[in-house]
Unconditional design. Structure first.
Lengths: 248, 282, 307
């Protein structure tokens, strides 16, 4: 579903040009959840932004659902394949739009019929009551905002969701609710997830396969079972893994 | 038992608002001796307000009240502002999540440490500078010469926290209040900062109030854990026995945490019981 | 508020405006407005500004009823009369009633400020938002033009424009508008830069929203409050500039009642007839101060950083 080969991402120009991601390759099958784990500056968010089309200065090949995308130009079809759920629930929705108009926006952009009914259906899918349509972001909690953000990402029926640290700004109990919701949506709609996070606990819970990133490269790729069982090769992965263990 | 460094009894913080009064901290009581106490809670639980009450750095609208808020045998809430300022600089230190807010933005970090040396150790300009260099080295900054002239916005989060700690090494506070000091840091840097805090504490008797939402971290770093919910303390227990928590809220938090050592198909969702907010902690 | 036992219409309206269970888009918007109005009226200074501005608008609307005389009728037998029961603010050198001219002058003042604002607001926003959002050479060109206009004192520039366009109210409006859009454009650009890279704009862009749509739907609501505040604060300087142009004979032409021109014509009689300059001068002072107070109040209400 997502097929990334030899991806290189750059920032800046001229002498200051910075090579943030160096030759990253991975594949995500349909219905799978793939996790990119790493610390700040590891390049994991750059990979996500390049795939999403938010950042255009990259080389290599990115194929979504079989067709490759151009770094500079995205077609309407490309755009409808992929949506992002952002990290910061406060920055991801417009502070002066109601919940309803936030969710309806992609529908309006793509000229889909009857946004009103679709908004109510989407709210129901993310377990928010219909009356939330008329609320402003400052009237709802962080977890509820993240649900709105997810509803917006679902609006175009995109088969791929990119999750950029979707729960790192949330409390533990709210995180559990949002992660459960994401799992339910995946099984109901057959979605494919690419998740970027620094939280090994979340990765081990959500992802089928994991790529550990450091300094712009994937240093180790492992399955969920291997991560849980502790069959990890790289010392850096071990260090990360230890943060998510409660026994000690 | 010795006199605790900090003793809090029945602390309340209220926000008088339009029409209704918000009761953010409700009857909180605890003591801190020479130990690391973790204060855990979710956003809105009142954990940060509790820490700020001790520093008397509450938002203007907040009204703190307590039967006792005693530090070093003195009632904090009654102290005049000038003495409180002295206390803050010398006896109680605070580390915030973002060190940029605690450092002077228009003074290079080295000079800020040197300034602390001049005030506390009564050193001359030259000596203070040398001492600041030593301190930068002591908090494991590899290249003090390069870091000294940097301004706070030029240093990374982990570096900033280390500089804060360097200043504390000089001031030798007997109580440190750390409010999410490592939440913005990467795993490897986090470990270093925590180790530094430990080193600092090992030299003199220091109480540490470690405010965090990270159960794993507090469980491993602290001696004792206080769990707050909706402005109240629901449970206090030794960190090593966190997994034996009795209160349903603590149990719920632990169950909601995705863990590698206990994989589940579906995370348990915390069911909030309205009686938790009424119950008074023993 | 005091009598809770009887649920009157007013109470129901109030309940509708503060109820957290919002049931329609209309109610959501009404609640936003209501909260803004409540916080605006909680500041006595802003209320004072609002009252004076309201008085100005009422005076302009009901000028024919408020005026005691025809503002244009000259009577050379009644020149330079002191304020009296018959002529509340005295008469001018042509025997016209100063009070009546002042009331009609409110119309001119309001006409100029509203027209200038209506011209400047959209132009300034559009230039600033496009420059900020598009970036690159578009930004460079638009901002250099803005900088050039900013480099001149606005009264001098307005003088130059109205001198070349010729005297008259319409041209004065145009001249003032040409001089005061640059700060608005700068403001709009600065605000645009802060939201350009936000996640919600990124989300809209990744969904395929056009630049026009992003500017209209995402950037405008963020810029609008500060632009409204800026324009309100600007009104004081618009009034002063208009009065200045009128004073120099480049604004409203006689016999139109305009405060600046009135003050100017009274200059020759300053010693003998103080009322000719004092009352228009006071009117200019009061109204421009009121707009300033209102602008400050609006800033406290609208600025998201204070929310």
């Amino acid at each position: 579903m997502i097929d990334v080969e030899n991806l290189n991402v750059f920032y800046g120009r001229g002498a200051q040009r910075f090579h943030a991601v160096r030759g990253v390759s991975f594949r995500v099958a349909r219905g799978e959840t793939y996790g990119l784990v790493g610390e700040s500056g590891s390049g994991k968010s750059s990979v996500l932004n390049a795939i999403a089309g938010r950042h255009t200065d990259w080389t290599g090949s990115v194929r979504l659902d079989g067709t490759s995308v151009d770094p500079m130009r995205r077609t309407t079809v490309d755009r409808r394949k992929i949506q992002i759920v952002f990290q910061d629930p406060y920055g991801a929705i417009h502070p002066r739009h109601t919940v309803g108009s936030t969710i309806a926006e992609p529908l309006e952009i793509h000229g889909l019929p009857d946004p009103g009914a679709t908004v109510e259906r989407l709210l129901a899918q993310v377990c928010l009551p219909p009356r939330f349509r008329w609320r402003y972001p400052h009237q709802i909690s962080g977890g509820q905002r993240q649900r709105v953000s997810i509803a917006r990402a679902l609006a175009l029926d995109s088969p791929i969701l990119l999750l950029d640290e979707p729960t790192s700004a949330l409390d533990v109990s709210v995180q559990a609710e949002v992660l459960n919701l994401l799992q339910d949506l995946r099984s109901e709609r057959g979605l494919t997830y690419l998740m970027v996070t620094h939280d090994m606990g979340v990765v081990g819970h959500m992802c089928d396969r994991i790529g550990v990133m450091r300094d712009g490269q994937i240093i180790e790729e492992l399955t969920r079972e291997a991560l849980i069982a502790g069959r990890v090769a790289h010392p850096y992965t071990k260090e990360l893994r230890e943060t998510a263990l409660l026994v000690g | 038992m010795n006199e605790p460094i900090l003793s809090v009894r029945n602390l309340n913080v209220t926000f008088p608002g339009l029409g209704r009064v918000t009761h953010a901290v409700r009857g909180v009581s605890f003591d801190i001796g020479n130990e690391k106490v973790g204060l855990i809670g979710e956003s809105g639980s009142g954990k940060s307000l509790t820490g700020r009450s001790i520093m008397r750095l509450l938002p203007k609208a907040a009204i703190p009240r307590a039967d006792r808020l005693r530090f070093d045998g003195r009632e904090i809430l009654d102290l005049p502002e000038a003495e409180m300022r002295h206390l803050r600089g010398h006896r109680i230190a605070m580390i915030l999540q973002d060190p940029k807010f605690s450092l002077n933005p228009v003074m290079c970090v080295g000079d800020q440490i040197a300034e602390t040396c001049r005030i506390h150790l009564k050193l001359g300009r030259q000596d203070a500078r040398l001492r600041a260099m030593e301190l930068l080295e002591k908090v494991h900054i590899r290249d003090p010469e390069r870091v000294y002239p940097l301004y706070p916005h030029e240093v990374s989060g982990g570096m900033g926290q280390r500089i804060m700690i360097a200043m504390m090494v000089v001031a030798r506070p007997s109580l440190i209040i750390a409010d999410e000091p490592t939440s913005a840091l990467d795993v490897s840097v986090r470990a270093q900062v925590l180790r530094l805090l430990d080193e600092l504490r090992s030299e003199t008797a220091t109480g540490l109030l470690f405010i965090s939402h990270d159960l794993n971290l507090v469980r491993r770093f602290c001696d004792r854990v206080i769990i707050m919910y909706a402005g109240r303390i629901v449970e206090t227990l030794p960190a090593a026995r966190l997994h034996e928590a009795e209160h349903p809220y603590t149990q719920g938090l632990l169950a909601a945490l995705p863990r590698l050592d206990r994989p589940v198909d579906r995370l348990a969702v915390l069911r909030r019981d309205p009686t938790w907010t009424e119950e008074v902690a023993p | 508020m005091t009598d809770m036992a009887v649920p009157s219409r007013r109470h129901r309206l109030h309940a509708w405006l503060v109820d957290e269970e919002v049931t329609s888009g209309r109610q959501a918007r009404a609640q936003q407005w209501y909260r803004g109005f409540r916080s605006l009226t909680s500041s006595p200074v802003a209320v004072l500004g609002l009252l004076i501005v309201a008085a100005l608008i009422l005076a302009a609307l009901f000028a024919p009823w408020l005026a005691t005389h025809d503002p244009y009728r000259q009577d050379l037998t009644l020149t330079l009369l002191r304020p009296s029961a018959e002529h509340w603010m005295g008469t001018d050198e042509l025997g016209r009633d100063v009070w009546s001219r002042l009331v009609y002058g409110a119309r001119t003042t309001l006409y100029i400020t509203i027209l200038v604002t209506v011209i400047v607001g959209p132009i300034g926003f559009l230039i600033g938002a496009v420059a900020g959002y598009a970036g690159g050479w578009v930004d460079v060109i638009l901002m250099r033009v803005t900088d050039i206009l900013l480099a001149f004192p606005s009264l001098v520039l307005a003088l130059a424009f109205s001198a070349s366009l010729g005297p008259g109210i319409g041209n004065a409006v145009l001249a003032i508008a040409l001089t005061i859009w640059p700060p608005v454009a700068r403001l709009a650009r600065a605000e645009t830069l802060t939201v350009r890279n936000s996640d919600y704009v990124a989300a809209a862009r990744l969904q395929g929203a056009s630049m026009g749509r992003i500017i209209r739907r995402h950037i405008l609501p963020i810029c609008l409050p500060s632009i409204i505040v800026r324009l309100t604060l600007n009104m004081a300087s618009v009034i002063l500039t208009a009065a200045g142009l009128g004073f120099l004979g480049l604004g409203a032409q006689p016999p139109i009642a305009e405060w600046g021109a009135m003050a100017a014509s009274g200059r020759e009689y300053l010693i003998d007839a103080w009322w000719l300059t004092t009352f228009p001068g006071l009117a200019i002072l009061t109204v421009s101060m009121a707009f300033n107070l209102l602008g400050d109040g609006l800033r406290d209400v609208l600025d998201p950083r204070n929310g």
